[in-house]
Design a protein around this ligand. Sequence first.
Ligand code: ATP
Ligand code: MG
Length: 398
Amino acid sequence: MYDHIIVRYGEIALKGKNRKGFINSLKKRVKKVTSEFENIIVTQSFDRMVIKLNGQDPEPILVKLKTVFGIHKLSVAVKAELDLEDIKEKSLTLMRNQQTEGIKTFKVTVKRPNKQFPHRSQDMNREIGGYVLRNTENLTVDVHHPDRELRVEVKNDGAFISCDHSEGAGGLPTNQDNKVMLMLSGGIDSPVAGYLTMKRGVKIEAVHFHSPPFTSERSRQKVEDLTRVLARYGGDIRLHIVPFTNTQKTIHNEMPDNYSMTIMRRMMMRITERIAEQTGALAITTGESLGQVASQTIQSMNTINEVTNYPVLRPLISMDKVDIMNISREINTYDISIRPYEDCCTVFLPEAPKTRPKREHANKFEQYLPIDELVEEAVSGVETIVIKENEDDFADLL
Ligand code: ATP
Ligand code: MG
């Protein structure tokens, strides 16, 4: 029945002079995620995009569109001629169809940006509502809490009638020039942090520290799978796998046990900053949440952060674990994150890591560590793979 999808922008509408750029980025992304549907036609205006389906089923397209940042709302619509009779007829068909889904109450809301159309919104509300009521049974109007709102928008090229709306992903469309390096473990938090970073319109690359043979191929596979899910939202992602075994062993052997975790994190930061520098990423994102574990106290963050002057983004900083878990379920990373494989951080975890490490102590201990050599060795051993978005079959969403 539906022949169009209407894509409504969220915050883009507020962007004033920059709006054009945002809309172009959004259109590119929309075209990319829907490229397999060859018959559809996408057109945009300053406040929305319209997708003409040309016979294509809207459902699989909606699944894809829900991954696109910058989309606020999605509606499936029927287009009528600029003719009140046609609008009434199509409204009726649509409401009859809704009745089969158990809908009992409705209201009509008409908007008429096309002032050439000779009927006023208020009159159309009554005409259409009355026509639907006369030609259906068991359907009543409820202007305050209707089961469905039948929206009719009279535009210059026709009237769009819709009543089924769903939420888009929100946020801003990706700007390919803004790049951030995500520190991606196999845990629950960092994929969510990556998602939230992309949501604000930046592109991510990911870095993962891997310590074979202490961490297995399967834990690496897990990180690749997580990256693939993230690529649904932001497009292809470059994943940098850092060999971290030697650094961890050296820290384990040479550094005091209670500072080994702090110093390992400082090494991760240094290496990540170097990779960011090489790839043009301008900030680092982590999945840290204040107070969650020993390495995430405010003292730890102060001491770990000392080694980089890149902005460190922590989108989860104030979130509770349950809220983070809820997002990870929504974005489909949760089931991958809870696979049981070991992470490099836990393998060498000391019995009692310092929860209030001090910068001066960390600096003192690190005088005995060949920092530059370890960073050099790790960076030169990086293996970079590109995780393609179209390798993803979306099977879990369809
Ligand atoms: P996560 O659920 O993301 O693993 P976590 O609660 O386990 O987080 P930590 O182990 O303290 O917390 O890690 C804090 C952050 O450090 C992670 O969110 C991630 O950004 C980064 N990190 C930890 N381990 C790795 C790793 N092996 N490779 C890359 N980044 C890592
Ligand atoms: Mg972890």
